[in-house]
Design a protein around this ligand. Structure first.
Ligand code: PMP
Length: 437
């Protein structure tokens, strides 16, 4: 017995175990900041999720799915999407895009938008392929491209401060057309578009999307269009779907998320809409990895979309009410940040807002030549010393560009009034302490 034990102790592995594709992608901002927020924060405006409940009709649909007579709700359903969900998604997006969609071949359900993205990169990116990513970007695009063997090529949105001294808007962050065009080459397999954009809240205009579309067509490039915040658009702005532009349907994967659409991020129901020519390859990745998504959650999301289709454009529609509610929260947070001198960049969409921390720099002095960007140290200091959690903007840039804009943090405003008020109280108190001798 003792001899056996000592042999097994000696038999520890010495060869490298980690696959090469994991090299350099082991760090994850969310793991780090979610832990910090859980340990220190009293007010968490960091990670992007609502602290208010999903609408009653959706919760009730989930409860009905689980407690009803149909015990098949507890079993596997169709691998590429529960039939009622793909049917209603085909109807809904067919109406939005103005074309007939086949539920079985033009829609695939995934475990959140995350898995939809993963399927896209695995299905289309080969060793040596380049994928254009617009900075700042939702951080998982970069490691996912690398894991597939591809090379991310970054192109930044460049800010231009308004001349009239007004607050900046996310619309003031724009692509330089010549710079964007210079990133396309024979090696470019795809571009990732995220409109409305996390973290800035930028809603790409029709003109900006046409610029991207023209380059995609010219260079025969795919477009992975992450539209998870499609309903969260403010001030009467229009969310334009790039798949609806000339020449784009055939090359676009349009990605959505019930997490953002119905304020239920924990359910992890996502989807991809696109041509069968592309989706057939996404099905290959899906059937050989995840295979199947939770049935009852899909059933409930299908019910939610059925309701929304009936109420489309009407005042009772959740897709009308949610942006109305969030616009008020945005305006409230903009006003309270501006009042303390943490200059907000007004987002046109999403439930995020980026703010300039320059006026608070004296409390968290810079460390020259530090590897860590200033905003990251600032966000850590703020959660530990003030109890307020936010995410540094540098997390949404590639390694080489992390120090380009390191004086901003991102706040999530999909929060109850009391949470936003508590955040504002912290900032006001901090401001008072700063200004008193
Ligand atoms: N894309 C973007 C831009 C996001 O912000 C998020 C979630 N934060 C996702 C995709 C992932 O969505 P899901 O929770 O549905 O996986």
């Amino acid at each position: 017995q003792t001899q056996f034990l000592s042999l097994s102790l000696q038999a520890t592995m010495s060869r490298p175990v980690q696959a090469r594709r994991l090299e350099g992608i082991d760090k994850n901002i969310w793991v780090e900041f979610v832990k910090l927020a859980a340990t220190y924060s009293t007010v968490n405006l960091g990670q992007g999720f609502p602290d208010f409940p999903p609408p009653d009709f959706l919760k009730e649909a989930f409860v009905r799915a689980l407690s009803g007579e149909d015990h098949l709700m507890h079993q596997y359903t169709r691998a590429f999407g529960h039939p009622p969900l793909v049917k209603i998604l085909a109807q809904f997006y067919g109406k939005l895009l103005g074309q007939d969609l086949d539920p079985m071949t033009n829609v695939m359900v995934t475990v959140g938008a995350y898995q939809a993205l993963f399927c896209c990169f695995q299905a289309f990116v080969d060793e040596g392929d380049e994928v254009i990513i617009i900075e700042p970007f939702f951080d998982c695009y970069e490691p996912m491209v690398k894991m597939a063997g591809g090379t991310p090529v970054f192109v930044p949105l460049r800010p231009e401060a308004p001349k009239d001294g007004k607050l900046m808007s996310s619309a003031d962050w724009q692509l330089d057309p010549a710079e964007l065009a210079s990133k396309f080459s024979k090696r470019t397999k795809a571009i990732v578009l995220n409109s409305p954009n996390n973290p800035l809240g930028k809603v790409f205009s029709r003109g900006e999307l046409e610029l991207i579309a023209d380059l995609c067509v010219k260079h025969d490039t795919l477009c992975i269009s992450d539209e998870v915040y499609e309903w969260l658009v403010y001030d009467g702005k229009e969310h334009v779907r790039i798949a609806s532009l000339q020449g784009m349907w055939d090359r676009t994967m349009m990605i959505g998320s019930a997490g953002k659409t119905f304020s239920a991020t924990g359910w992890k129901v996502g989807w991809i809409v696109g041509p069968n020519r592309l989706l057939q390859h996404l099905r290959t990745v899906h059937q050989n990895s995840v295979y199947h998504c939770a049935t009852a959650a899909q059933e409930a999301v299908a019910r939610g979309f059925q309701r929304e289709l009936e109420l489309y454009g009407k005042a009772d529609s959740y897709f009308v009410q949610l942006p109305g509610l969030l616009q008020q929260k945005r305006d409230w947070l903009v006003q309270s940040l501006d009042a303390v001198g943490m200059k907000p960049i007004i987002p046109e969409g999403t439930y995020f807002l980026v703010a300039d921390i320059s006026e608070f720099k004296s409390d968290v002095p810079d460390v020259p030549n530090s590897d860590e960007p200033y905003d990251s140290r600032f966000a850590k200091w703020m959660v530990k010393n003030k109890g307020l959690a936010a995410i540094p903007l540098s997390s949404f840039y590639c390694e080489a560009h992390k120090n380009t804009y390191s004086r901003f943090v991102r706040f999530c405003f999909a929060k109850e009034e009391t949470t936003l008020k508590a955040a504002s109280d912290i900032l006001q108190k901090w401001k008072r302490e700063k200004s008193s001798p």
